[in-house]
Design a protein around this ligand. Structure first.
Ligand code: TXA
Ligand code: MG
Length: 511
């Protein structure tokens, strides 16, 4: 293919520059290719009524030519020019969802060339709501075919930069209207069957259709990976949206998913393998290993839809071998999210419960009096070890009146050993500090007694000496000179080394 210069024109949808639109419309009329924003994803526009323009579209995308294009219109009356035998429900569906992220399939008219429909007698039609798209369609003569403006097999583009990454040098122009609103492709509804059938889930959901026209059906090949049949929308059969790394969707309740992914990422870290994690705002803090990307917030599934393709593209830039993704509720737009994610994963789903390894202790909590010196020092010492299993390491105090930073002398000693308690804030021991999988290690007998008296014995409460079978007393440096903190540090260092060995031998026994 010839290299061509791709013009990039910035355009503001709230204040459309008509000159740029005219320039782009003229290119389309000449049979050339112009990428443009829509509310779903960026589209690669061409004149839908020219056979030759469709051929160029397939070539630029590297897309199989049996995969039909969607024809975009800006005025409802134009539908009648390209579709025939339009069923009665179309008016009411259009009244509710057009312009918007809905594509409907009809029998095609003579006007539409087979190049555009991939040889089919049906045509897919969409009326986008994005004002730039609408202006461009009108300037181009009313009928613009547009697949997503990505190279075939790459995630659909949600920014003009994504389009440029894939198609620079292969198309004539990109209209840069900023980031799209939705981030997933339109819902496709086949109007040639009764009741109409969803061929691709999107922002307009089955429930939304049902409120307007009653029940719709769903292409059974969308429902799971078991189906052997070919999907009804030819494009759905390709392994689209495939990231370079192997993507795995971890499924379970959210707590299990986090735990499973943490264990996978920790194991990869110990084996020096680079892995990625698709996490959410809410779960981000739980991951300490791997390259972690925030896809959006679980409080608003739309943000997740919006972040999906961006995150997949970002991972293509990182040389990670595997990507682990949390899963998302398959309700509302969640159906479309899971559909795209599963396609990206080549339907590779793993139950969290099959990944989670038995681990007696997942948390180690040191307990001292005020959680300002010995406890935090022991915790930080333990964090230095790369143990066979991953632990959350905490410290808590028996009498913490208000949160305070670590004791300054303790910090000075830690600093001289290339560690720091900078991030530490003292916290009171409470019922959350004593879960079933928490190993509670008191610095002195006195704190152990307090915990036992208040919470009872669950079998996981020890003094550090007791657990490491070492009777060296841990001196209390409180109120003493720096040297006393230094002596205390030395004792802790020895005991924590023994603790690390003991935890690793417990891990060995659990294997
Ligand atoms: O949101 C969207 O729909 C975006 C923007 C640019 O409008 N476009 C888009 O186009 O996603 P594309 O080409 O990436 O996906 C079109 C899908 C393919 O799966 C294709 O097989 C299906 O629509 N399709 C098109 N015409 C069809 C037809 N006549 N019958 C069945 N499926 C059809
Ligand atoms: Mg596409």
């Amino acid at each position: 293919m010839k290299f061509m210069e791709t013009k990039i024109r910035k355009i503001d949808k709230n204040q459309i520059d008509q000159e740029i639109i005219e320039e782009a419309g003229t290119l389309l009329k000449e049979g050339k290719l112009v990428a443009f924003p829509t509310e779903t994803v960026y589209g690669l526009g061409a004149d839908a009524l020219k056979e030759e323009a469709a051929r160029k579209t397939y070539e630029a995308k590297g897309r199989p030519s049996d995969n039909p294009l969607i024809v975009h219109i800006a005025d409802y009356e134009d539908l009648k020019k390209i579709a025939v035998n339009i069923p009665a429900e179309t008016d009411i569906l259009a009244a509710h969802f057009w312009p918007g992220p809905l594509t409907m399939i009809f029998e095609k008219s003579e006007l539409v060339p087979y190049g555009t429909t991939g040889g089919l007698d049906t045509v897919a039609v969409r009326m986008p709501v994005d004002p730039i798209a609408q202006a461009l369609i009108r300037a181009a003569g009313g009928f613009v075919s547009a697949p997503s403006a990505n190279t075939s097999g790459r995630p659909s583009p949600t920014t003009a930069q994504h389009v440029a990454e894939d198609l620079s040098g292969k198309i004539d122009m990109i209209l840069d209207g900023g980031t799209v609103d939705i981030g997933l492709e339109s819902t496709i509804l086949d109007m040639t069957v009764t009741p109409p059938m969803i061929l691709r889930p999107g922002a307009i959901t089955a429930e939304m259709f049902e409120e307007v026209i009653g029940p719709v059906s769903v292409d059974e090949t969308l429902l799971g990976d078991e189906s052997e049949k070919a999907p009804k929308a030819p494009g759905m059969k390709y392994r689209h949206y495939a990231p370079k790394a192997k993507l795995m969707i971890v499924e379970g309740d959210l707590r299990e998913e986090i735990l499973a992914i943490r264990q996978l990422a920790y194991a990869a870290h110990r084996e020096n393998r680079k892995v990625g994690i698709i996490a959410t705002n809410e779960t981000l803090p739980f991951y300490n290993y791997g390259i972690v990307k925030n896809i959006g917030t679980r409080e608003n599934e739309k943000t997740i839809a919006h972040g999906l393709y961006r995150v997949l593209r970002e991972f293509d830039e990182e040389d990670v071998e595997e990507i682990y993704s949390e899963s998302f509720a398959a309700q509302g737009i969640g159906k479309a999210i899971m559909n795209r994610l599963e396609k990206a994963a080549g339907h590779l789903r793993i139950p969290a419960s099959a990944v989670i390894k038995k681990q007696k202790y997942r948390t180690v909590t040191f307990v001292s009096n005020t959680d300002s010196a010995r406890g935090p020092m022991a915790a930080e010492l333990l964090r230095q070890y790369e143990l066979k299993q991953e632990y959350v390491v905490n410290s808590r105090g028996i009498v913490v009146l208000f949160p305070e930073p670590a004791n300054q002398k303790a910090e000075a000693i830690m600093k001289s050993a290339q560690m720091t308690l900078e991030k530490h804030t003292s916290r009171q021991f409470d019922s959350d500090s004593i879960q079933e999988d928490t190993l509670v290690l008191a610095i002195d007998e006195a704190q152990k007694e307090k915990v036992l008296a208040e919470y009872g014995d669950n079998g996981n409460i020890y003094t550090l000496n007791e657990f490491t079978e070492d009777d060296t007393e841990i001196p209390d440096p409180y109120g003493k000179p720096l040297a006393a903190y230094g002596e205390c540090y030395e004792v802790l260092r020895r005991l924590v080394a023994k603790l690390a060995d003991k935890l690793d031998s417990l891990a060995e026994e659990e294997r």
